[in-house]
Design a protein around this ligand. Structure first.
Ligand code: AP5
Ligand code: MG
Length: 217
């Protein structure tokens, strides 16, 4: 079963592509940001504790997201065993903790999917979304803070997944359907392998330059 981590900057399309992947493989889409915003909307104790951090674009404490995600992964295990995790890990400590959780449940990720896009495109997308959805963190200064934090603490984990041999990188500055087609093609091609290739034998795949091979004009 495919177990995917989406590691990508704000606005790169984690939510958009995560939903398409989840539908395609009939696996749960576990989105930490959505879970947190749901708590804020319901005004739960946890929601009140994280609301200001979300609005400022700061990360919430690791334990909070790790608790939420352990429960969700245990649920995924009880079902078909696949998942697409959107928005986590966000730093090296979360990456390690998540790996331990995965090991304890025999549910470690077999693909880390990285969506590449430049900052100016990301700012444009998020400001466009702000007009439609009104997310509290979609203001230009907070978007820039989220991007800076991504570059500083999140992006370094991409290299860690490359060295583990589970990284798939995709150019996300193309229409949604093109990005989706490339991702699903890569994941389908890997599907027979993910359960049978031992972790140490996996190699990372960089699809950034392969747009033409997937029908990009
Ligand atoms: P989170 O909800 O994860 O937000 P984010 O990382 O800032 O990313 P977004 O949700 O804004 O973007 P996305 O990559 O999902 O892109 P989308 O598909 O929506 O986190 C929010 C906050 O929660 C964090 O700041 C932090 O406070 C907290 N948090 C969450 N996880 C945490 C963790 N693990 N640890 C600590 N704190 C955590 O697309 C964006 C827009 O672009 C949309 O309008 C979409 O329609 C459009 N679009 C998508 N694809 C394309 C395309 N190919 N071309 C053109 N437009 C596109
Ligand atoms: Mg999102």
């Amino acid at each position: 079963m495919v177990r995917i981590l989406l590691v990508a900057p704000p606005g790169a399309g984690k939510g958009t592509q995560g939903a398409l992947i989840a539908t395609h493989f009939s696996i749960p889409h576990i989105a930490t940001g959505d879970l947190l915003r749901d708590h804020v909307a319901r005004d739960t104790r946890l929601g009140r504790a994280v609301r200001d951090r979300l609005s400022r674009g700061e990360l919430v404490p690791d334990e909070i997201v790790l608790d939420m995600v352990s429960v969700a992964i245990a649920e995924a295990k009880a079902n078909d065993g696949g998942y697409v995790l959107d928005g986590m890990p966000r730093n090296i400590a979360q990456a390690r903790a998540l790996y331990e959780i995965g090991r304890s449940l025999d549910m470690t990720a077999n693909v880390a999917l990285h969506l590449k896009a430049d900052d100016e495109e990301l700012v444009r997308r998020l400001l466009a979304r702000a007009a439609l959805e009104g997310r509290s963190d979609d203001t230009e200064p907070v978007i820039r803070r989220r991007l800076a934090l991504y570059h500083e603490v999140t992006h370094p984990i991409v290299g860690w997944y490359a060295s583990r041999g589970i990284l798939v990188s995709v150019d996300a500055v193309r229409p949604v359907e093109r990005v989706a087609r490339q991702i699903l093609t890569a994941l389908e091609a890997m599907r027979p392998l993910v359960d049978h290739v031992p972790e140490h034998a996996r190699r990372s795949i960089d699809l950034t330059g392969l747009g033409a091979a997937f029908g990009q004009s």
